[in-house]
Design a protein around this ligand. Structure first.
Ligand SMILES: [Zn+2]
Length: 347
């Protein structure tokens, strides 16, 4: 994976520097994509913003990737434009391109929820979480994903999100910089062939990531959520992988995680094209630590003494700056003490 991380800066799309990415930025860049990409509108959002599908490759294995289904989760959108720059270039990586792109047919949706992105919120313009609309499909954005899954019939699907920065990877004091999941296709959490392939690919990627971010990979909760698109897509027999970009030290705009994500996507495409993942056992998948909520703080003050109404309490106090989206530091939330960290009352 390091080979891709080392070159990401060369292909990094300029102008997508913060965690706020709007529809206009995406549209302008899609209009300038070179002819190797086939661009077509795949539908419109509630407020009438055009959503695009971008295709590349001539191979028999179909891979669908969508980002920013949640409007305030833009890291993967930024990465996809870095990936487009890499795929379109002509340089010493041409052999990789020829091999991979002759095996794969790719379909990207770089911003599924442009209305949410416009006001930097999770839901679409109706206030509906598109990722809870996989069954009813009442949202136009959800229908796009439904229709594309039907017509494109992807062998692999990548559901690309951001998670909050304060998850740790299990009980370790390390941020969950990346979280994966091969969502269950049914409530029995059975492992049909497509889910097995998703798990194997995660095992393969996790092993490579451990060299870059030791202990920094977690697993998203695998509780069955039938309304979510990951579960639904897995039930459609597409090997579906959830990738969550998370927090990292001194990375408020997620530029480091964007780079990691670049490595993940290109390594994943390599592995799918070459079947490199296919021999992986499943047990390492189950050994990936769970995301742990409230695992991280910007500052944690241990053994602080508080005196209230004449009584002394010993407490640990965690501080968080909150998520930072634009370049403006004033967008930081106020410092909050986490009540759950209080412990060891005495006196
Ligand atoms: Zn999300």
């Amino acid at each position: 994976m390091q080979r891709f991380l080392d070159i990401q800066a060369h292909y990094r799309e300029a102008g997508l520097d913060t965690r706020e990415v709007k529809h206009a930025q995406v549209v302008q860049r899609i209009a300038n994509l070179p002819p190797m990409f086939t661009v077509s509108p795949v539908g419109e959002s509630v407020e009438g913003r055009t959503i695009y599908g971008i295709r590349a490759g001539t191979g028999a294995t179909r891979v669908l990737l969508w980002s920013q289904m949640h409007g305030d989760e833009s890291t993967a959108t930024r990465t996809l434009f870095d990936v487009f720059n890499f795929l379109a270039a002509s340089d010493r990586h041409n052999r990789w391109r020829e091999k991979t792109m002759s095996q794969l047919s790719l379909c990207f949706i770089p911003m599924l929820n442009p209305d949410g992105a416009e006001c930097n919120r999770r839901e679409n313009a109706c206030g509906i979480d598109i990722n809870r609309d996989a069954r009813r499909c009442t949202t136009p954005e959800g229908r796009i994903l439904h229709n594309l899954t039907g017509t494109f019939a992807p062998h692999f699907s990548f559901n690309l999100h951001d998670q909050e920065s304060y998850y740790s990877a299990g009980a370790s004091p390390v941020p969950a910089t990346i979280a994966f999941l091969a969502p269950p296709a049914d409530i029995q959490e059975s492992i049909p062939d497509n889910r097995r392939r998703a798990m194997q690919l995660i095992v393969w990627l996790n092993r490579k990531l451990q060299a870059i971010i030791p202990h920094g990979v977690a697993k998203w909760s695998d509780a069955y959520e039938p309304r979510a698109f990951g579960e639904w897509s897995q039930a459609q027999h597409s090997a579906t992988i959830l990738v969550e970009s998370g927090g990292y030290y001194n990375d408020p705009q997620r530029e480091f995680v964007r780079k990691i994500h670049f490595g993940i996507l290109l390594e994943a495409l390599s592995a799918i094209a070459s079947f490199d993942y296919a021999g992986e056992p499943l047990s390492p998948y189950f050994a990936i630590p769970q995301n742990r909520e409230n695992g991280m703080f910007d500052s944690l003050q241990r053994q602080q003494t508080l005196t209230i109404h004449g009584t002394t309490y010993i407490t640990d106090i965690g501080f968080r700056k909150g998520e930072q989206f634009a370049g403006d530091f004033e967008s930081f939330g106020s410092l909050e003490a986490d009540e759950r960290m209080k412990a060891d009352e005495s006196g």
